[in-house]
Design a binder for this molecule. Structure first.
Ligand code: FUB
Length: 450
């Protein structure tokens, strides 16, 4: 498992772009990631997230966001992700206050063969745009960089969470937030404002708003934004017939997190005829919500253009090959009793999760496993059971055919055990996994077919 590697090796692999992460949510598990802006460049999806790191002496402020640099990740299928390593870091941007650790939510857009990366952070020189956050740009010839930062931030912009829209007529707009959400035309060089910013004032006036993400679909401009209507942020949207409004508030894209992660931050895009919502949650840091992780779920529109609310999932998007490790703990459905999800190692949460069957009626269902056409003969399961237990794997649901029965021998250690595939069925199926009737407690890390 790549997460088992030493931190220095992980960093080295990331720097050389060799490391990948996988589908399911969160979809990046080698580091904390937040505020995902996803863009399609060519035939790949690129995700530009923020990079949360834990505070340490001399590194940021304990209990707050600590963000030093940005990585970019890409995928051709939304399932296998490549980490291309660091693209911009605070101490290599001439105007950034060193050791401010405030490289917050970014965006990246392509124009005339150049890639413009917009990022908010704290300036050294507060005479340029005043105190607090401002927004800068770094420019590259490729979506993965190298990005060359501009010597100064964009003049006239105070705030965070930049987002850029290039409209159908070629006019570019920069949006950002600072209490309110603002929008302004950009010059063709993408580096300077072309006009005074406009406050997009038709949005809710009570409760923090931030993280604007604007896109156009079928002549409707959608201004989407996290907003604290109650206690924590939820994702909302407003629409207009023009990029700078006036906007009409329409509704909620995603409710507040039930587990209390205070922020959410998102982007939306169509890819291969399906719309997706990229957002974040604190999956890998359940006790500290400023170490977040990025997620993807599918999104759809109603016939009148309104956005159907997205239910967050652990399963995420796309199919999982039967020949990959199928992480059942990123389930589609889980029984209310007898099965729970836990970290494999609470001291190293990057190792991921396991499904814990306590021995009475628990089950887990994982949808979208692609078996292909070629007959698979063996199933491997990584599990542990102090008393020993047999795990039954069915296709599709509780009454589907039993595809394998795998016995995890008695013992405290994790073991990789194999069993023959009893009934191979080609195509795409759900897996329904449960201890065999009468079996005792057993924990499962993953299953895989060969
Ligand atoms: O990641 C730091 C800040 O938290 C972002 O800029 C906000 O949108 C919120 O997600």
């Amino acid at each position: 498992m790549i997460q088992n590697l030493k931190p220095w090796l992980l960093t080295a692999l990331a720097l050389y772009g060799l490391q990948s992460a996988h589908a399911q949510n969160p979809f990046i598990t080698n580091q904390f990631t937040a505020d995902p802006t996803a863009r399609v460049f060519g035939d790949r999806v690129y995700v530009y997230p923020s990079h949360d790191i834990p505070a340490a002496p001399g590194r940021g402020r304990a209990g707050w966001f600590v963000m030093e640099d940005y990585h970019v990740f890409s995928s051709a299928n939304l399932i296998d992700w490549t980490d291309h390593g660091v693209i911009v870091t605070q101490n290599k941007v001439p105007w950034v206050k060193p050791d401010s650790y405030s490289m917050w939510a970014p965006d990246c857009i392509q124009r005339n063969g150049k890639y413009f990366f917009y990022f908010p952070t704290t300036p050294k020189d507060t005479t340029i745009n005043g105190r607090g956050f401002t927004i800068g740009v770094a420019v590259a010839d490729k979506p993965t960089g190298p990005f060359v930062p501009q010597p100064l931030p964009i003049k006239g912009v105070r705030g965070i969470d930049p987002n850029v829209l290039i409209d159908k007529d070629g006019q570019a707009y920069l949006y950002w937030s600072q209490g309110n959400i603002y929008g302004a035309k950009l010059k063709d060089n993408m580096l300077e404002l072309a006009a005074e910013p406009k406050t997009l004032s038709e949005l809710p006036t009570k409760g923090l708003k931030e993280g604007p993400y604007v896109f156009e679909r079928k002549g409707i401009y959608y201004l989407t934004y996290p907003h604290v209507e109650n206690k924590t942020e939820r994702l909302e949207y407003a629409t207009s017939t023009s990029p700078l409004g006036p906007f009409t508030v329409k509704g909620v894209i995603m409710d507040e997190s039930p587990t209390g992660c205070w922020t959410n931050h998102h982007s939306l895009l169509p890819f291969k005829n399906q719309w997706y919502l990229f957002y974040h949650h604190n999956d890998l840091s359940p006790n500290f919500d400023k170490n977040r992780s990025v997620r993807i779920d599918s999104l759809s529109f109603a016939a009148d253009g309104s956005i159907n609310k997205v239910q967050p999932t652990l399963r995420g998007v796309g199919l999982t090959s039967a020949q990959q490790k199928i992480q059942l703990d990123r389930y589609s459905r889980l029984s209310k009793q007898g099965a729970t999800i836990a970290f494999l190692d609470t001291a190293n949460k990057f190792q991921g999760w396991k499904t814990v069957f306590s021995g009475g009626g628990g089950w887990v269902q994982y949808n979208g496993v692609a078996f292909g056409q070629q007959k698979l003969k063996t199933v491997s399961l990584r599990g542990t059971s102090s008393a020993g237990a047999t795990v039954q794997i069915r296709l599709d649901n509780a009454s589907g055919p039993v595809v394998a029965e795998v016995t995890v021998p008695k013992g405290a250690a994790w073991q990789e055990v194999k069993a023959p595939v009893l009934a191979f069925k080609s195509g795409t199926h759900a897996l329904y996994v449960a201890p065999k009737s009468g079996a005792g407690a057993v924990e499962v890390d993953w299953v895989r077919f060969e």
